[in-house]
Design a protein around this ligand. Structure first.
Ligand code: URA
Length: 240
């Protein structure tokens, strides 16, 4: 048996229209299920079984794999729905991508930068599973001046949630106005890891931006915008 979904979702999954626009298509009498015109909302259909037509043309859920890089702004949650109704990363892609995709790993609400999204669960697992140790590079603005001793502790590993972090690359880029800009590359992905690492040495993170995961760079992608990954970027993780 195929997945049972609401008609508007089925149409959205086909890439024909957003869910909202699909509701309008239904309302306007432009949608048929198994040859019968449907005008009420909420009808359910079975993927791979029911025949759905829009304006007389059959539509089918997209099973093409999608891989994108998003430049997440601060102030967005990395979940499909938020209990406090805050904006989600889905809001940034849903007007252009009508297939269900999900974030690979997560960025904190207040963290910005590179977030990968896909509908390929196997690939997502390769990117984020600790076993594959994808490197993640960040820029962080820290409160206070980071001492050389603290820098070396960050590099060697500090205890976060009772467990020492693995070796990290870290460089001081700039010290100005009582704050330190650092570049840090980590090879794990524990919850709020970068923030907790710098908290552990007494220099809390003020701003955090992820700029690279594996071979995927944020580059000059504008804030709130996304792009498709290249086959080289997708393959880098696939072949791990
Ligand atoms: N580390 C953090 O502390 N926050 C993030 O969002 C990502 C890595």
């Amino acid at each position: 048996m195929g997945e049972i979904v609401r008609l508007q979702k089925y149409i959205a999954m086909s890439g024909t229209a957003s869910r909202r626009a699909a509701e309008k298509l239904i309302e306007e009498g432009r949608v048929k299920v198994n040859g019968k015109k449907i005008t009420e909302q909420g009808v359910k259909v079975e993927v791979g079984c029911d025949k759905v037509e829009v304006d007389g043309k059959q539509v089918k859920p997209e099973n093409r794999k999608i891989y994108i890089a998003l430049n997440k702004p601060a102030g967005y949650v990395t979940t499909a729905k938020d209990q406090f109704d805050r904006p989600t990363v889905m809001d940034l892609v849903s007007s252009e991508i009508h297939t269900r995709i999900f974030p690979v790993g997560r960025l904190d609400y207040e963290t910005e930068g590179l977030l990968l999204m896909t509908n390929d669960g196997v690939w997502a697992n390769k990117v984020s599973h600790p076993r594959y140790e994808s490197s993640k590079r960040y820029y962080a603005v820290l409160n206070g001046v980071l001492s050389i001793q603290s820098l070396n502790r960050i590099r060697r590993g500090v205890v976060v949630d009772g467990k020492k972090t693995t070796a990290a690359q870290c460089e001081i880029m700039e010290i100005e106005g009582g704050m330190t800009l650092v570049e840090i590359t980590i090879h794990e992905g524990r919850n709020r890891q970068v923030r907790k690492m710098f908290e552990a040495v007494g220099n809390p993170v003020k701003e955090l931006k992820r700029v690279q995961i594996g071979n995927v760079q944020l580059g000059n992608l504008a804030e709130g915008r996304w792009r498709y990954l290249t086959s080289g970027e997708i393959g880098y993780f696939m072949n791990k």
